[in-house]
Design a protein around this ligand. Structure first.
Ligand SMILES: Cc1ncc(COP(=O)(O)O)c(C=O)c1O
Length: 444
């Protein structure tokens, strides 16, 4: 059967993730191929990818080096395990990641997704504290409006109510959350980072540590810039303060860089953009530019050495996935890292395209329904006033109408997010922002 003409019967068995299945199956939005900045729909129309799909296609779609790397690998070594045996690729990919990661972070544990990376990082943190004789440190601190994937530990430290509410008491018990950094009453329409608000980090030392005791806290996990929670940019100095407090109290700091990694802010990782080095860093998505499932945790030398130098022999960390270091995913990563290097996509800094992006995001000020616009690097969002009794409905309508007009941007709650592939050109930004501006005028 042609994939262009799926009938209702064929649509039914697939339970789509994070989707209103009934609504989608009434009026499917399908794509059949992709290249560079664009998807191609079954009717041949092109759809500009304004979100790097799910914040991941940083090098653009179907880039030749990546395609070739996967093709070549598939015919040579389809699969090999990394459990007490090995093949060269994951070692090579880890070495290349260590080269571009912050100086003191030279070890990589591979997973298949961001959600698995988050759970792995939290387990490393708990096991590390126990190994260094601090076994009472079993509390994890997340943040409101955070998105750390969908596994049970990840949603426990996350702060998006819709993702948590069905699971009630089944979430991890020893968790607390920092307040998020958004305050539209004092910090709306800020370009880049607000110069006010660093003191929000002090909640860790002033409320959470006194309440639970530092000796009971293993780690704090934050996204340097929250993505799926609505693109929340941290105030200047906020992440450094979190770092200082964690260091003072023996708490590990985990940056969830699943979106912010791989050049999104103009540096390889957000850690380098902000000049703040965590102890553990999760990644996924852009490591293969979305072309194959791969994620992982970049681990500081100090944490890794604690595992390697622990007394007793045998396996140092009882954890791993059947597909950790999968040859096809690692080949995809090699092709992606080559593409990033050849096109200087991880070090584009604050170039003209970033400035045009900022202008484009802030051109929405004064437009109908827009109550905030925010940006950093090549990630941004506008926030729309919610409709009475229908949170998110207005942004969803913008998404649907933009799609019909050949542009994909993503609704996240009442915000509309922008996160284009890093190969984006001025004309793509004009098309993306121009379409959203036109659509906004038609939305009630
Ligand atoms: C910050 C962050 N962490 C974790 C995840 C989960 O990644 P995955 O969907 O690959 O499990 C995401 C996905 O959007 C994310 O944005």
């Amino acid at each position: 059967m042609s994939t262009d003409t799926l009938d209702r019967k064929t649509l039914e068995p697939y339970w789509m993730p994070f989707t209103d299945n009934k609504r989608f199956k009434e009026a499917p939005r399908m794509v059949s191929s992709a290249e560079g900045m664009y998807y191609v729909a079954p009717d041949g129309s092109r759809i500009l990818d304004g979100l790097a799909t799910l914040w991941c296609v940083n090098a653009g779609h179907c880039r030749p080096r990546i395609v070739e790397a996967i093709r070549a690998q598939a015919g040579v070594l389809d699969y090999a395990s990394s459990f007490s045996m090995g093949h060269p690729l994951p070692f090579q990919v880890a070495a290349r990641i260590a080269e571009i990661a912050p100086e003191t972070m030279n070890h990589v544990f591979f997973t298949n997704s961001g959600s698995e990376a988050v759970d792995t990082a939290l387990k490393i943190a708990l096991a590390y504290q126990r190994l260094r004789g601090e076994g009472t440190r079993n509390r994890l601190i997340g943040r409101e409006r955070a998105y750390h994937g969908v596994n049970l530990a990840g949603i426990s430290v996350s702060g998006i109510p819709t993702n948590r509410k069905a699971y009630g008491n089944s979430l991890l018990p020893n968790v607390d959350h920092l307040a998020h950094t958004q305050d539209l009453s004092t910090r709306a329409f800020v370009r880049g980072q607000a110069d006010q608000g660093a003191e929000l980090a002090d909640e860790l030392e002033q409320r959470i540590i006194p309440l639970h005791g530092a000796e009971n806290i293993a780690a704090v996990i934050v996204e340097p810039v929250s993505g799926a929670g609505g693109v929340l940019v941290p105030p200047q100095g906020y992440l450094q303060r979190l770092r200082d407090i964690c260091t003072r109290h023996g708490i590990l700091l985990i940056f969830d860089e699943v979106i912010t990694g791989w050049g999104r802010l103009g540096t390889p990782f957000a850690s380098q953009f902000f000049g703040v080095t965590p102890d553990l860093m999760t990644f996924a998505k852009g490591v293969t530019s979305g072309s194959a499932p791969l994620g992982g945790v970049i681990v500081s030398d100090a944490v890794y050495d604690t595992f390697m130098n622990a007394p007793g022999g045998g396996i140092q960390f009882f954890h791993g996935y059947t597909y950790s270091g999968h040859p096809l995913a690692c080949a995809a990563a090699m092709g992606t890292l080559d593409t990033y290097a050849e096109e200087n996509l991880l070090h584009h800094g604050d170039g003209p395209i970033v400035r045009q992006f900022e202008e484009g995001v802030h051109a929405f000020a004064e437009r109908p329904h827009v109550i905030d616009a925010r940006n950093l690097g090549l990630i941004g969002a506008i926030e729309l006033a919610p409709r009475d009794g229908a949170p998110g409905a207005r942004a969803f309508e913008v998404f649907e109408k933009c799609w019909q007009s050949g542009v994909f941007v993503r609704p996240v709650g009442d915000a509309v997010a922008f996160c284009p592939p890093l190969i984006v050109r001025p004309e793509h930004l004009d098309q993306m922002f121009g379409t959203v501006l036109e659509v906004l005028d038609t939305v009630a």
